[in-house]
Design a protein around this ligand. Structure first.
Ligand code: SAM
Length: 281
């Protein structure tokens, strides 16, 4: 550790309600030489609300690696820097990872100041298991890639946390219904800490229906908390996707052949699938 170097502070800012700033964050802003931010105009307005005026340095996702090196040099020269993002905790679906990595490699002290984070705020009000969870950030924008990603987590028993946007929420829930099954329990936490804060939970099929009834229900910023695969589901014989594949293939092929292909694809016993097909299709 270089004693003459400055310190990089990772400072969480509010996700809506401006009162959710910490005293320590405000003290740190007053003490540092520079504030590294995603959108310097947006952050300038935020900090002016708290009466703080400081030089800013722009650090975006697309220029982070290169700009981080410049910040590391400033830190080596003894400057103290606070890293903030547009909202919430930096690095959580926001820039900062490369900067922190480079600082740690250069022996520069990194001091985190905890505060708001939409994922954790949503999780703790969801009523879904909070002892073990996986944060998945944003799902891909394109449906094929999104389904592939959902398939990778379909068997996960821990709670899943996703960030989602107003434009994609209905498509994402449609894909979740298809890949995770319509009975999967999901909580939507929207506009947290703001005037229109809404936290609703239901099966994915019911939630999708409820949201599609009124466009206002899909507005704003949102987090999806998805219950992990339950023991009941794990014990259910076949996944919803395997059943769908069997149904479609059995329309084109003899059931025995369809069952053999689906069994190979999804790792089931072909006789068990064939039997299921005889009884249910
Ligand atoms: N770093 C931030 C954090 O700590 O939560 C997240 C940044 S990410 C670019 C922005 C996403 O976080 C939004 O699209 C939304 O999914 C979620 N988010 C941020 N603020 C929110 C809020 N007030 N209510 C619900 N979700 C929010």
């Amino acid at each position: 550790m270089n004693d003459l170097s400055g310190i990089l502070y990772i400072v969480a800012t509010p996700i809506g309600n401006l009162k959710d700033i910490t005293q320590r964050a405000l003290d740190t802003f007053s003490q540092v030489d520079l504030i590294a931010a995603e959108d310097t105009r947006h952050s300038g307005l935020l900090l002016s609300h708290y009466g703080i005026k400081k030089p800013f340095f722009a650090l975006h996702d697309h220029n982070e690696q290169e700009k981080a090196a410049v910040l590391v040099e400033k830190l080596k020269q003894g400057k103290h820097i606070a890293l903030i993002s547009d909202a919430g905790t930096p690095l959580i679906s926001d820039p900062g990872f490369h900067l922190v990595r480079q600082c740690r490699e250069a022996g520069i002290a990194v001091v985190p100041l905890p505060g708001a984070c939409a994922a954790i705020t949503a999780l703790c009000a969801s009523g879904i298991a909070s002892d073990r969870f996986c944060f998945e950030g944003f799902l891909p924008a394109k449906s094929k890639a999104r389904r592939d990603k959902l398939e990778k987590v379909a068997e996960e028993e821990r709670t899943l946390i996703f960030y989602e946007s107003t434009h994609r929420i209905l498509d994402t829930l449609a894909d979740m219904q298809e890949v995770l099954g319509e009975a999967r329990y999901v909580v939507l936490a929207r506009e947290l800490t703001k005037t229109w804060e809404t936290i609703v939970g239901d099966t994915v099929v019911n939630l999708r229906q409820w949201l599609s009834e009124d466009p206002n229900r899909t507005k704003g910023e949102m987090v999806l908390i998805v219950e992990g695969k339950t023991k009941q589901e794990s014990e259910a014989e076949f996944s919803p996707l395997a059943i769908k594949a069997l149904t479609l293939m059995a329309q084109e092929l003899p059931l025995k052949k369809a069952a053999a292909i689906v069994a190979e694809l999804y790792g089931y016993k072909k006789n068990a699938l064939y039997q299921f097909g005889l009884e249910n299709l």
